[in-house]
Design a protein around this ligand. Structure first.
Ligand code: GMT
Length: 374
């Protein structure tokens, strides 16, 4: 197939899923055209089947708000027509699905039909989409899509609950490339960070308030009171200055390291004993899946779709959002030497169920159905 992929090209989970999907499809022989405003972060290798088309927004002083959606729709029209795309796959309802609707209508006036598949990732529904400023557009563009997928059953449920959706929403979970995300021998790194055999706890996120990074620090403080441990914080974002202030006030502040935006997160995960995801919203939790693939158990909340991935008592533990004392208790349980090996093994076994080769055919089937229904 000739496939157009529209996504946010940044570090966010939706951009990562879209890019990894495009790469996997290209390796299977499909021609994949990325249409975004900058080169997707993980589009970092050459393949004859991969193409990147930049959406250019002319900087007219007239516009206080540059009309990105219109530039995107125009670009989609151009690429569908000239590259003869069979399907457009947009990640995120707004503005991508609404721009795709406009492109589709323009193409129809030129006698070209192209189906649109929309994938819902979470924040487009659970945070932004519900806002009255966007809700009508979200509802309309989902209903006008030829195929709709959501990354968890919980996100599908929430979408039906809050929007008047008439379409079937298919659940296609996030996936993982186990060739990249696997436990590597990074013992020199562990020896440098935890020279006295301290347990290593890791959190990765974009430090937005929904990630509850303060809870990460409080959980660590509780664990550190009981056992020697270190906390590695990977990523950056709006909450980081506040979190740094909280960390500085901790008794064991020297045991917390901010590593910033790391590309090779799998190297840190390779020496991690426990991954912390105390989010208050998480449609799937791709970061937790990446940890599990590196044999790291996950301490999480029961937010959104996380329990569909992290199985309480097996691959990690699942607590109520904000219940820090419980999460400290659970962390200490997982980290006990007699428990840790079985949690690690179960985490890897669970991650294997989401291996890229098992999930990508679900998207291919979805495209075929959308194309056939035209
Ligand atoms: O979690 C984020 O802040 C990034 C966000 C995004 O929009 O890229 O991630 C969402 O999509 C990921 C890929 O499908 C999911 O794994 C994340 O759980 C989801 N985040 C939220 O629902 C908060």
């Amino acid at each position: 197939m000739n496939i157009g992929i529209v996504c946010y090209p940044t570090f966010g989970g939706s951009g990562v899923v879209a890019t990894e999907l495009g790469k996997a499809l290209a390796l299977k022989g499909h021609r994949v055209h990325f249409i975004t405003y900058s080169q997707p972060v993980r589009l970092d290798f050459f393949n004859e089947n991969l193409f990147y088309h930049e959406v250019y927004i002319p900087p007219y002083p007239l516009f206080q708000f540059p009309p990105y959606e219109l530039a995107l729709a125009s670009k989609m029209v151009d690429i569908v027509q000239n590259e003869k795309l069979d399907v457009l796959h947009v990640h995120y309802a707004i503005p991508h699905a609404s721009a795709a609707y406009m492109a589709k209508q323009i193409l129809l006036t030129r006698g070209i039909r192209v189906p649109v598949v929309t994938t819902l990732h979470g924040t487009d529904i659970t945070l932004v989409g519900k806002d009255a400023s966007y809700e009508p557009v979200v509802t309309f563009s989902i209903n006008q899509s030829d195929g709709v997928t959501a990354v968890s059953a919980d996100l599908r449920r929430e979408t039906y609950e809050y929007f008047a959706i008439e379409k079937d929403i298919e659940v296609i979970p996030n996936f993982i490339n186990l060739e990249r995300f696997k436990k590597q021998n990074k013992e020199h790194f562990r020896a440098a960070i935890a020279p006295n055999g301290e347990k290593l706890l890791t959190h990765t996120s974009n430090f937005r308030s929904v990630k509850r990074v303060e809870d990460v620090v409080r959980i660590f403080a509780g664990v550190r009171e009981q056992i020697p441990a270190k906390l590695l914080l990977v990523g950056d974002g709006p909450d980081r200055p506040r979190i740094e202030k909280i960390v500085r006030e901790l008794e064991h502040h020297q045991d917390v390291r901010f590593l910033g935006k790391l590309e090779a997160v799998e190297e840190v995960l390779s020496v991690t004993d426990l991954f912390l995801m105390p989010s208050e919203k998480e449609s799937f939790g791709l970061a937790a899946l990446e940890a599990m693939a590196c044999e790291v158990p996950v301490l999480s909340t029961n937010a959104g779709g996380i329990p569909e991935l992290n199985i309480h008592g097996v691959t990690g533990t699942v607590s109520e959002i904000g219940d820090v004392p419980d999460m400290v208790k659970q962390a200490l349980f997982i980290l006990q030497d007699e428990n840790l090996p079985r949690f690690k093994a179960a985490a890897l076994a669970r991650a294997e169920e989401f291996e890229v080769g098992k999930i990508v055919p679900m998207y291919e089937d979805c495209y075929r159905r959308a194309i056939q229904a035209q």
